[in-house]
Structure formats: C-alpha cells, structure tokens
Design a protein around this ligand. Structure first.
Ligand SMILES: Cc1cc2nc3c(=O)[nH]c(=O)nc-3n(C[C@H](O)[C@H](O)[C@H](O)COP(=O)(O)O)c2cc1C
Ligand code: SF4
Length: 450
C-alpha cells in the first residue's frame, strides 16, 4: 500500500495526523478518531453561520491562488437555484503531491470536508474530481463515499438531519489543464477540458450554468478541524505579526532533497530551518543551489534567499517567489538549470489546451529555444527573444498556464544567467560568449535587463 509516511518532530500534524495509519481509512476507524462530529454539528447550523466561522478562521485556498475560503463561500446565497461544490483533486502541478496523500490515508476526512462545504454553500450535490492517474486515492475515496452512503452520512437525510448531501466521485482523464477550475467544470460536463473566459465567475454561472464553488482537497479537509476547534484555534498557527496567513500547510518536498516527502508546518515557519533541519538539505552531502518553493509555476529562490524566507503567502512574495501549491522542488549544485527549465517548458507546452495563441505559440517557441540553448546551439539573441515571448505570454491569456511557462524562464535568466551564457555557441563578431563566457563579458546591448 505505497510507502510509509514518516513525520518529523518539528511538524504540526493536523491534516496529516493519521497519515500512515491504515485503520484511519475505514469509517469505523475514522469515527474512532473523531471523524464526522464536525459534519453532524454543521448540519444543525445555518449555512451562513458556517461561512462566517470559516471567514473568521482566515483559511485561504490551498490550491495555489490563496483566495480566502470563507469569502469565496459567502458569494453563495440561498437563491433557490441548484448549487454545486466541486472538489479539485486533480493535483497535476509538478512537485506537488499532498492532496493524493490526504486521499490515500484519510479519505473520510475529505468526504467529511466535501459534505460540510457543500452544505455551507447551499449545495445538495458535490463532485470530487480526481486526476486520472490516481488509482489508489480514487479507490480509497470511492470506498469512503460508499461507506458514508451506507451509514446514512450522505444522501437524502444526511446524518438524520433532514438535509440532502450527495457526493459523486469523478475520475478525470489525466490532463494538467483540468485542474484549472473552469476547465474542470467543462470536463465534468463531458466536454473538452478547456478553461472558460471569466466573467462569469463560477459563483454566478458554474457547473451546468449554476452557482458553483471550487475548492482544493487540502482546503476542504481543513474545514472540519475549524468547525470542531473554532476560528481562534485555527488562527493560532502562523506568525503573530501576519494575520493574513494562518493555519497549518502541507508542503511536498522533492528533487534533490535528502529527505523528500510531505511535511505539515504552521504558516510562518522559517524556510531555511525547514529545508536544512526537517528535509536534511540536499542529498548525498551536496549543496542546495536553488529551490522552487510553490510548485513549478513560481519563481526560483537561490539557496541564500531560502535561508531567510518565511513560509507563508506574504513571506514568499517578499523573498521574490510565491507559496503557490506548496510543492518544494530542490536543485542541488550539480543540476543544469538550463536543462531543468527546458524540461518545465516542455511540460507546459505539452499541457497547453491551445485556445490562446500567446500560450499555444509561446509555450512551443519557448520550449524550442530553451532546448536549443540547452543543446549548446543558442545565441545571445535568444535571451531577448525568450524575454519578449515571455512578456507576451504573461497576463494576456484565458488562464495562467501561459504565465506559468514564462515564469521559470524569466526567473532562470535573472538568477542563473551565467549558466545560460556558458552554454551559448560562440557567435562570430561577439566577444565573450561561449563556454568560457562570464556575465561580466556580455555586451550591454545583449542584456535583457540593460
Ligand atoms: C493550469 C492550472 C492548473 C491548476 N491545477 C490545480 C489543481 O490540480 N488542484 C487545485 O486545487 N487547484 C488547481 N488550480 C487552481 C484552481 O483553478 C482553483 O484556483 C483552486 O482549485 C481553488 O481552490 P482553493 O480556493 O481551495 O485553492 C490550477 C490552476 C491552473 C491555472
Ligand atoms: S493560457 Fe493556455 S492553457 Fe490556458 S486557456 Fe489559454 S491556451 Fe489554454
């Protein structure tokens, strides 16, 4: 049943408390660990009251954008329309593997959070959209939903409350773009998973044209804890001087880390301590060169920047990156950053839905140029071309997949320009480029920042 979960004494396990405990997977086991108490309590409350508690808790979406969950829920009013909740369990962002662990180890925690969230937004129907490749998490969640129906937790008279809560599990076909919320809804409707132009926003016209809320797995799983322990309890996790980022957060660590895996820490944790104390620094006694702290769509941090960065929404922005989905990708001092960035670009080019020309053409050209530079066939003019394409790919498309491809290129050229330069083929008439070039030797006109 997969690899065992290992935890570190400096973690604060709330969502991950029962990871690695097979008994927690069953309904009986989950109930013995306090499961479904929050849902029972919630079903006796007014949905608006639940929305207020979640708003007061300060919980922000854990899917990447960090939008306040209670505020999102408060857009859903009792208007007599059919409402829907969609749980986004697509989790395809490179470097991010926390949602699948919630589903593998504590499927009932997710089912409880989904049922509670649905009730809180006046929805009688919820969908859990699971990435196609997640066979084991899918099995676990399907089994949990089946058990919950059999026990009367879900259905027409959920937990004897007289309220209706249906939960359906949907297996996607395995496309990164289906994690984008409007593409996810198209996919659920049986259409091609293309993002939709916003507005209208899902809260106005979402799934099947009805008011809809989309939330991440980790976000929804945190809600029962907030209902059980209160908004004040949740707010205790975080920096005292930063009320905008509270609660615990799961960070997935991969790449060249000595101890990869999922770690749950309070927001506001020091990133240097996290990387070197909890994750053991780089594997095999090597040095860390760079880290992407929030999934592959956010800028790189150098090892030096990591030492002082703070792990919350504002802290990572102050350090020059973003919290994103919490996927921490570690690169050691042996890594070829040009090659790594080219690989990321290839991923985004492959996953583009191709609706927007800036993204369709931009991801393809960026990949081509990055691969050319990586192969030693690039020229210094490629730097300007890359930056110009990146500029046209940012903030101009239906969704931010296009921006996500541009980010590692721009960030890489800024922080690891010397590695790009070292790969250029010597250009006749241009002094200082080629395998022995240094940044200092670059002519001013060739510098994208000049
Ligand atoms: C290309 C793309 C892929 C995304 N993939 C995911 C995903 O796999 N899981 C997820 O929760 N959010 C993903 N998001 C973000 C969702 O669109 C949405 O913001 C999120 O599910 C909202 O949930 P939250 O408010 O709980 O964070 C993606 C966004 C984009 C642009
Ligand atoms: S930005 Fe890319 S992935 Fe997003 S809608 Fe446009 S073409 Fe599709």
């Amino acid at each position: 049943m997969g690899y065992p979960h290992r935890s570190h004494e400096r973690e604060t396990p709330v969502l991950s408390k029962h990871f690695g405990d097979p008994a927690a997977r069953t309904l009986q086991g989950w109930r013995e660990r306090g499961g479904y108490v929050a849902l029972e309590k919630a079903l006796k409350m007014d949905p608006a009251e639940i929305q207020t508690i979640v708003k007061d808790s300060g919980l922000r979406g854990r899917g990447g954008a960090g939008f306040p969950t209670g505020v999102k829920w408060s857009f859903m009013k009792p208007d007599g329309k059919q409402h829907y909740l969609c749980c986004n369990a697509d989790e395809s962002e490179p470097g991010t593997f926390k949602d699948r662990e919630i589903m593998r180890w504590t499927p009932h925690a997710l089912v409880e959070g989904v049922a509670l969230g649905a009730y809180a937004i006046y929805a009688t129907v919820a969908y859990i959209y699971i990435r196609g490749e997640f066979t084991e998490p899918l099995e676990q969640v399907r089994a949990a939903v089946k058990e919950a129906y059999a026990a009367g937790i879900l259905g027409e008279n959920a937990m004897g409350s007289g309220k209706t809560v249906h939960v359906h599990v949907h297996q996607g076909a395995g496309a990164y773009i289906c994690g984008e919320e409007t593409a996810l809804m198209n996919s659920l409707e049986g259409r091609r998973g293309n993002p939709r132009i916003k507005p209208p926003f899902p809260a106005v016209a979402g799934l099947f044209g009805q008011p809809t809320t989309i939330n991440n797995v980790e976000t929804l799983t945190a809600v029962p804890h907030i209902l059980n322990n209160g908004a004040e309890w949740y707010k205790q996790f975080g920096r005292p001087d930063n009320p905008k980022s509270v609660g615990t957060k799961l960070f997935s660590v991969c790449g060249n880390a000595a101890r990869p895996g999922n770690y749950e820490v309070p927001l506001g944790f020091n990133f240097g301590e996290f990387l070197w104390d909890l994750c053991g620094g780089a594997a095999n006694g090597r040095e860390i060169k760079a880290v992407i702290p929030g999934g592959s769509s956010v800028p790189f941090l150098t090892a030096e920047e990591c030492r002082t960065a703070i792990m919350d929404y504002e802290g990572f922005v102050a350090a020059g990156s973003m919290l994103g989905s919490g996927g921490v990708i570690v690169f050691d001092d042996q890594q070829d950053m040009v090659r790594q960035i080219a690989r990321l670009c290839r991923f985004y080019a492959h996953e583009s839905c191709a609706q927007c020309s800036q993204c369709r053409e931009g991801t393809a050209w960026t990949t081509k140029i990055m691969e050319r530079i990586s192969a030693g066939d690039g020229t210094v003019r490629d730097f300007d071309t890359l930056l110009s394409i990146a500029d046209n790919m940012t903030g101009k498309t239906i969704c931010v997949l296009s921006d996500s491809c541009a980010t590692p290129v721009v960030s890489g050229l800024k922080k690891f320009r010397h590695e790009f330069e070292a790969k250029l083929k010597p250009t006749p008439g241009v002094v200082g480029y080629g395998s022995t070039a240094t940044a200092a030797a670059a002519p001013r006109a060739a510098s994208p920042t000049a």
